[in-house]
Design a protein around this ligand. Structure first.
Ligand code: URA
Length: 238
């Protein structure tokens, strides 16, 4: 039975700022079951108590999980003095829940990024030991030849001498606009770009399409996000 102080419960749900919450409680706008509660330190049980703010029932959620289609031009960070971050794409009430990106995409990379406030979940998703697979689509400046498929299949030696884990490479288009899909099982700095560089091609555009078994929802335009269902969350590990 998770028990919380009322003010902490409301704060964690991202309802309003700390001072706004104080004000709501003081004005008698917060109800627990049938009673108006004016003591912010009142203990509530998130399983059995029903909490209302301004008459609206607050659905308790310990953690939140979002799928973002990261646009180019924003950095994967929670805050920055100069650059726009992925969190700037989210409204205040979500940001107040202390969400952060679970994983990293370069500033010029687009696509699937998970935003959550669940530290353990994020750690598992990002842990190098878990080898969660990630699928990227890349537009290249030239066709590096079919031999690149074999090079990727055994692991690519990167510019710092590190040999990547075996990766699956396929070409969707070899002429004109060269389009490749690559599935990797780790996430080193600039990994995909460096892998292509090692076989003589530059990445002009990169998009992450899938993490584990979860595909980016193509209905999401760059910059848009939506909450994940439990089924989708389960796909992330697989
Ligand atoms: N590999 C890269 O080079 N960049 C990314 O953003 C993700 C994977």
């Amino acid at each position: 039975m998770p028990k919380f102080r009322l003010d902490k419960f409301l704060r964690d749900q991202g309802i309003a700022t700390r001072s706004e919450l104080k004000e709501y409680i003081r004005k008698g706008l917060v109800r627990v079951n049938d009673d108006t509660v004016k003591d912010p330190g009142t203990h509530i049980d998130s399983d059995s108590d029903k909490v209302y703010v301004n008459g609206e029932l607050i659905n308790y959620k310990k953690f939140v999980y979002y799928m973002l289609n990261k646009p180019r031009g924003v950095i994967t960070a929670t805050e920055d003095n100069k650059e726009n971050t992925v969190l700037d794409l989210f409204p205040e009430d979500i940001r107040r829940r202390n969400v952060f990106p679970a994983g990293r995409l370069d500033k010029d990379t687009e696509g699937l990024l998970i935003i959550t406030n669940d530290g353990i979940f994020a750690h598992n998703l990002m842990s190098p030991k878990k080898h969660v697979k990630k699928l990227y689509e890349a537009v290249l400046d030239c066709f590096p030849g079919d031999r690149a498929i074999d090079v990727f299949a055994v692991g690519v030696v990167l510019d710092d001498g590190y040999k990547s884990l075996p990766a699956k490479l396929e070409f969707l288009q070899k002429q004109g606009k060269v389009i490749a899909r690559v599935e990797i099982f780790e996430g080193k700095f600039h990994q995909v770009k460096r892998m292509f560089k090692a076989v003589g091609a530059n990445v002009l555009f990169l998009k992450r399409l899938r993490i584990g078994g979860l595909w980016l929802d193509e209905a999401l335009k760059p910059g848009e996000y939506r909450e994940l269902s439990q089924q989708e969350l389960d796909l992330l590990g697989g």
